[in-house]
Design a binder for this molecule. Structure first.
Ligand SMILES: O=C(O)CCC(=O)C(=O)O
Ligand SMILES: [Fe+2]
Length: 343
């Protein structure tokens, strides 16, 4: 094309600027003078390329900021968590039954311990020991223990329970049919506590070898608990025990029986519960040490720990929502306990 010329190295803006810089410096322009030039500052800013790492960090920060904004939006507006349709999808994605699941997110016990609201420490103020009472009347029980949060062991209240002779690993195994919901925790009421064992459900417990169940030497010890959700098993269980007679007449009992069973030297780790009501627990076989501690926020008002050994035929009443509690089987045989809640 006429009039056009070839692009040369001299036309390179960098080269052009280098020449200009050399000429200006030769004419006496100092580095300080250069820095005063706004145009030069703009050129420097515009052309300076940020290092790769800085650009990546910037992008990550931006992404995190957007993510936080979205999460904040969800938390503040409760969207989409409060949106039923999306909730339904959320459950389905997790393969949960949206009609039976109680909580959107299963909170682990260790987390729920940290996020629980602080308790009113009056329940443990002045309580220095776990009282022991024999043949307590309803009136005495109601006046001092039923709803005060003060723990107590009642002696001699299971005298006419056939459970004392009937309950055993073998007996429990027999009262559950093969398709019992209790064996596979198919319901939220069928809670199973494996504690330190690797059992995943009650079905697996009943499948352990007879030697292990009977704690023969060399077999792994075990300790577990479960909430019975099988009505036909409950009917059989209740033929052998009844609600303690000292409980207030008009108090409702929970329909769920809790059973805890296992080897000497084992038990439940220290925890606090989130159940609806007060609990009673009867020791059927062997003996178990209970350790109770008030929540840490009550340390300045209450004794830091109390313990007692509960023997066969004794019933312990504890507000397990207020007292941290742990247990340890101290007898020689398999420990079996049955309990429930009352309001
Ligand atoms: O009996 C046990 O080992 C634990 C009982 C328990 O944690 C409860 O009854 O809340
Ligand atoms: Fe508990």
């Amino acid at each position: 094309m006429a009039g056009s010329r070839k692009y040369t190295e001299r036309d390179n803006p960098r080269e052009l600027f280098k020449n200009l810089y050399a000429k200006a410096t030769a004419l006496g322009l100092s580095e300080k003078d250069w820095k005063k030039l706004d145009a030069l500052r703009d050129i420097r800013k515009g052309t300076a390329k940020k290092p790769f790492v800085v650009r990546v960090v910037e992008k990550v920060c931006l992404f995190t900021l957007i993510l936080c904004a979205v999460l904040l939006f969800i938390i503040v507006t409760e969207w989409p968590v409060s949106n039923n349709k999306l909730l339904f999808v959320w459950f389905k994605v997790q393969d949960l039954d949206p009609y039976h699941e109680q909580c959107l997110v299963e909170m682990s016990e260790s987390i729920s311990d940290y996020v629980r609201p602080p308790v009113d420490c009056s329940f443990c103020e002045g309580v220095t020991q776990i009282d022991r009472i024999t043949n307590i009347t309803r009136e005495q029980f109601e006046a001092k223990y039923a709803y005060s949060g003060r723990p107590v062991v009642v002696e001699g209240s299971t005298a006419n329970w056939t459970a004392m002779n009937v309950f055993s690993f073998k007996f429990f195994k027999k009262i559950y049919s093969e398709d019992s919901p209790s064996l596979v925790n198919s319901d939220t009421n069928c809670q199973f506590f494996p504690y330190a064992t690797s059992f995943e459900n009650l079905g697996e417990v009943f499948n352990m070898s007879e030697e292990r169940a009977l704690m023969k030497d060399g077999f792994e010890p075990w300790y577990i608990g479960w909430g019975n959700c099988d009505f036909s098993a409950a009917n059989i269980l209740r033929k052998h025990y009844h609600r303690p007679e000292f409980l207030p007449v008009d108090s409702e009992s929970s329909k769920t029986d809790w059973i805890f069973m296992g080897s000497p030297g084992h038990g439940a780790y220290l925890h606090i519960d989130n159940v609806d009501l007060m609990s009673w627990q009867a020791q059927i076989t062997s003996s178990k040490r209970w350790l109770l501690e008030p929540p840490p926020e009550c340390y300045y008002k209450c004794v830091h720990s109390m313990s007692t050994v509960v023997s066969p035929g004794e019933i312990i009443i504890v507000d397990t929502n207020k007292w941290y509690h742990s247990t340890l089987v101290v007898g020689k045989d398999v420990s079996i306990c049955i309990g429930s809640e009352y309001d």
